[in-house]
Write a protein that binds this ligand. Structure first.
Ligand code: SME
Length: 161
């Protein structure tokens, strides 16, 4: 059984620990749904001020909802649409300080005001995205972006899909 150890410290220290615990959580298990579910739960426990945290996986030309924490969400997002579809199409992280100013933003939860979406890239191809939403404006900055990109590398390396 994996015990989540919460740590205090600077944001950098907490994120370093989050990535370390992500690697620990995935150790010995490569199943996609199991790992995505546990990583969503770990993020939810570790990271303050989120109202949604989870995965979408690419199926054909759509992103389809995967394991998450938060309110029920939109199931299918076309590549190129919304913040998630934009991150998948560009194959790069999209950080949105105010989702209401992002053309085409898909409002799954009207409480969301900022968003960070990191693509899951495996063998040079986008396989999905990690999506984080917050009710705070400008909740995510460059440090959050770097930390979640590192977490996604750990997830992709430790998971078969
Ligand atoms: N806001 C996202 C849709 C997914 S939900 O936030 C969970 C978007 O614009 O792609």
């Amino acid at each position: 059984m994996f015990a989540v150890e919460k740590v205090s410290g600077t944001k950098a220290e907490i994120y370093k620990e989050l990535v370390r615990q992500t690697r620990g959580l995935l150790h010995g298990e490569r199943d996609l749904v199991a790992n995505a579910a546990n990583v969503a739960a770990l993020i939810w426990q570790f990271v303050p001020d989120l109202n949604w945290a989870g995965f979408y996986f690419l199926k054909g030309d759509e992103l389809v909802l995967g394991p998450f924490q938060g309110k029920p969400a939109c199931v299918r997002i076309a590549v190129g649409k919304g913040v998630c579809g934009t991150a998948a199409a560009r194959r790069e992280t999209v950080l949105v300080e105010d989702v209401h100013a992002f053309p085409g933003h898909i409002a799954c939860d009207s409480a969301s005001n900022s968003e960070l979406v990191v693509p899951l890239v495996k063998d040079g191809e986008v396989r999905g995205v990690l999506d984080l939403d917050s009710s705070l404006f400008s909740r995510f900055d460059a440090e959050d972006r770097r930390a979640f990109e590192a977490l996604v590398v750990a997830f992709v390396e430790g998971t078969d899909f």
